[in-house]
Design a protein around this ligand. Structure first.
Ligand code: KG4
Ligand code: ZN
Length: 346
C-alpha cells in the first residue's frame, strides 16, 4: 500500500487538527498528495503569556475552525462532495482544544453523511514523512520529538507502532521552551534557540547528557534544564556576563547528542536501515545535520519532513487518516477528545 488503492478511484481526505495552538485543515489526495494545508497559528497570542494558555487556545480555535476548513477546500479546489472521509485529531493534546476539531469534524460528517476517522496526533507527525518521500514505507525507526512528546517508535506497518523509548520527564520541545525562557529568548523557544545557536559555540559549556537506567532508549531532559539554570545562577552570583548564544548552542548540542545517539542505537539494534524524524523539534537545523551525518556514517537512510510538516499541521493528519480509512477505521458519533490517548489505542 503506497498511497494508491485497489479501486483506482482517487480518495480525498479532509483533515482537521486543533490539539494545541494551531487551527489547521487540509485536503490530501490518495494519501500523500497534499492539495491544501491551511494553518492558523496562535503563536502571537500566546507569546504575550510566555506559553500556550489552554482556555485562550480553545476560544481561538472556535473562532477560526470554520474559516480554516473553508479555505482548505477552496485552496484544494474541491467541494465537500468530492471528499471521501473526514479525519480529525482526537488525542493526545489539550482537551478543550481537541474538542473544537472533533466537534467540527463530527458536525461535518453528520451533515454530509461522510465517514469520520479519528487520528492519533503522533501517528500524524510520523506520517508527515510520507508526504515528500514517496518511496518511504514501513517498517522503519522513527524519532518523534515535539512540545509534548519524545518517543522512539518502531513503525511496524501503517497504523502499527511500538514505542521503545520515551521521556521520563520533560519532552524535548518543552526543554527548548523552558531553557529559552530562562535565557530571555521567549516563546516559542525551539526556533529561537535554533537561530541564536548559530552564533554560539556548542562546546563552550559542558552540559550533562542524561543516562536513564534500565531502558537505554528512554530520555530525560529535566536534569539538563536544571544544569542550564544552575549555570545561569552561577554566572549571576559570580557577576559574570552570560553569553546567550554559547548557552543556547551548548544546550542544543546536549539535546541533539542524546537524540541522535538513542535513535541510531535503536535503528541498529532493531536492524533498520531507515530512520525518520518527526514533530516540531525535527525542524531543528542542528538536529537534522547531526542525524544526517550519523545516518551517513552508519549507512542508514535519513528521512525528515520539511519544517512546515514538522510542526503541527493538518496535512499530516490527512495522510495518517488516509491509511486508517483504507484499513477500514471508522468512528461513530461518540468520538470524543482523549487528552492522553496512547499510540496504537482506539
Ligand atoms: O509538534 P509541535 O508543533 O507541537 C506538539 O505536538 O507539541 O512542536 C512544538 C515544539 C515546541 O516546543 C517548539 O519549541 C519546538 O517544537 N520547535 C523547535 C523548533 N521548531 C519548533 N525546537 C527546536 N528547534 C526548532 N527549530
Ligand atoms: Zn504536534
Amino acid at each position: 500500500m503506497t498511497g494508491l488503492n485497489n479501486e483506482e478511484k482517487d480518495i480525498y481526505i479532509l483533515a482537521i487538527e486543533s490539539s494545541c495552538d494551531e487551527t489547521a485543515a487540509a485536503v490530501v489526495k490518495n494519501g500523500r498528495n497534499v492539495l491544501s494545508n491551511i494553518i492558523s497559528s496562535q503563536i502571537d497570542l500566546h507569546t504575550l503569556y510566555g506559553g500556550v494558555v489552554p482556555e485562550i487556545a480553545s476560544r481561538k480555535h472556535i473562532e477560526k475552525i470554520n474559516q480554516v476548513i473553508e479555505e482548505a477546500l477552496k485552496a484544494a479546489d474541491v467541494t465537500m462532495e468530492d471528499i471521501d472521509a473526514i479525519a480529525v485529531t482526537y488525542g493526545p493534546g489539550l482537551v478543550g482544544a481537541l474538542l473544537v476539531g472533533v466537534s467540527a469534524a463530527k458536525a461535518l460528517a453528520f451533515a454530509t453523511g461522510k465517514p469520520l476517522v479519528g487520528v492519533h496526533h503522533i501517528e500524524g507527525h510520523i506520517s508527515a514523512n510520507y508526504i515528500e518521500n514517496p518511496e518511504l514505507e514501513p517498517p522503519f525507526m522513527s524519532l518523534v520529538v515535539s512540545g509534548g512528546h519524545s518517543h522512539l517508535v518502531v513503525v511496524k506497518d501503517y497504523g502499527e507502532y511500538e514505542i521503545i523509548g520515551r521521556t521520563r520527564d520533560d519532552a524535548a520541545g518543552e526543554a527548548f521552551d523552558k531553557v529559552a525562557r530562562a535565557i530571555g529568548l521567549g516563546y516559542p523557544g525551539g526556533p529561537k534557540i535554533d537561530r541564536v545557536s548559530k552564533e554560539g559555540n556548542p562546546e563552550a559549556i559542558k552540559f550533562p547528557r542524561a543516562k536513564v537506567g534500565e531502558n537505554v532508549y528512554d530520555f530525560s531532559f529535566s536534569g539538563l534544564k536544571s544544569a542550564v539554570l544552575n549555570y545561569l545562577n552561577g554566572c549571576q552570583m559570580k557577576g559574570e556576563e552570560v553569553c546567550v548564544p554559547d548557552v543556547a548552542a551548548s544546550f542544543q548540542k546536549a539535546v541533539t547528542d542524546v537524540l541522535v545517539e538513542h535513535a541510531i542505537h535503536g535503528a541498529k539494534e532493531y536492524g533498520f536501515t531507515k530512520l525518520a524524524i518527526a514533530g516540531g523539534v525535527a525542524s531543528n537545523s542542528s538536529l537534522r545535520a547531526a542525524m544526517q551525518a550519523a545516518c551517513d556514517k552508519e549507512g542508514i537512510q535519513f528521512y525528515h519532513p520539511s519544517p512546515v510538516y514538522c510542526t503541527d499541521n493538518a496535512a499530516m493528519i490527512g495522510v495518517a487518516g488516509y491509511y486508517e480509512y483504507m484499513k477500514g477505521a471508522r468512528h461513530g458519533w461518540d468520538l470524543n477528545a482523549v487528552p492522553n490517548l496512547k499510540l496504537g489505542e482506539r
